[in-house]
Design a protein around this ligand. Sequence first.
Ligand SMILES: Cc1cc2nc3c(=O)[nH]c(=O)nc-3n(C[C@H](O)[C@H](O)[C@H](O)COP(=O)(O)OP(=O)(O)OC[C@H]3O[C@@H](n4cnc5c(N)ncnc54)[C@H](O)[C@@H]3O)c2cc1C
Length: 386
Amino acid sequence: MTDFPKTAQIIIIGGGVMGASTAYHLAVRGVKDIVLLEKQPHYGMGATGKCAGGIRYQFSTEVNIRLSQHSLPMLDRFADEIGQEIDRRQCGYLFLLTNEAEVATFRQNVALQHSLGVETEWLSPDEIHRRVPPLKVDDVLAATTYHDDGLADPHGVVAGYIAAARRLGVKSFTDAPVTGIEIGKDGSFTVQTPHGAITSEKIVNAAGPWAAKISEMVGIPLPITPVRRQMLTTTPLPDLQPDFPFVIDFAQSLYFHPEGDGLLTGMSNPNQAPGFDESVDEDWELVHMEAAIERLPLLARAGRIAHWAGLYEVTPDAHPIIDAVPDLDGYYVVAGFSGHGFMHGPIAGLLMAEIILNGRASTVDISSLDYARFAEGRLIQEHNVI
Ligand SMILES: Cc1cc2nc3c(=O)[nH]c(=O)nc-3n(C[C@H](O)[C@H](O)[C@H](O)COP(=O)(O)OP(=O)(O)OC[C@H]3O[C@@H](n4cnc5c(N)ncnc54)[C@H](O)[C@@H]3O)c2cc1C
């Protein structure tokens, strides 16, 4: 590769939504010399490209709700600002609750959401049935819904940010795996790739489920674990209403949302062992589809179009790390979004840019998402993880 640079001001490792958004937000603030490295032949083939595209305000912690309150409007404006259509749909999320303990926890979550201006609604089983008749709700006690939750296209978001960043001068490379990182006596980083080495003052770890492996290269332990999650898409379901929402059977971590003329559905295996295996677990798919047909009987008439597995990037408290790592000057992490990071990609990249350029994030108070919280026992558990 003849145009492969030898130096850069900032190297970003990973071309998923976090790396792409960080590159764009740094470039739009005037940073000229950025290199983004992606190991795959295309951008967004990691967790971002495998994800369900769900975007929501319904979280259980203030920081996640606030991240959504900035990030989702950025997705609403994406086509105008970035010049790329992303198929934003406001179909609403519908959380189905089937036991009293969940209802009690969701009452607290909804109170928090209301206090922050997110007007989540409670629905009775009758109202759920009226709004979404195909769902079987005999065992459902209540549901919550918020009209502005919905969907967007992950590939469009990554492609849009990468193209906009490149227009602003960012050099980005696919097929460019980082294979090692050396730290010089002057504190600089030399990043090894098969195309050559690049030296820079700053590196950003945006490697998603692989972030801990990158961090090992600089001797910093990162509590981010890869966990397989899988889903499938169905053949057309002509009886499906046009306003079918993103339905989540919360106790079972089972979900459905409209995809083309059919549905996309997934169910998280609570016993899935951590690891980098991205093959589809066919046994789990059977368990998943039995539960799915039980909840939405019309699925029995559907065939499968495609199925795939990807990796969640799980931290001990299901919140990300967005920080300059205090133990190593010039080393930044934006990773560990624990299975709901696509929707927070836009704001996370902006906050990372603020930290790099100004020393601290100002648009949202993310002091609780620091690296040191794990060692210092300041975990902030998110309940609404699917
Ligand atoms: C099945 C599934 C469903 C999901 N559903 C949703 C959802 O509905 N809504 C939502 O908001 N989130 C969802 N998520 C989570 C979301 O996909 C992630 O939180 C988010 O995409 C993380 O983005 P990222 O950029 O950190 O990681 P990634 O997209 O994985 O990007 C990291 C990149 O780093 C690259 N990389 C790794 N190692 C190296 C290396 N050595 N050198 C160079 N490059 C490297 C990888 O190839 C990858 O492209 C889902 C995830 C999965 C797996």
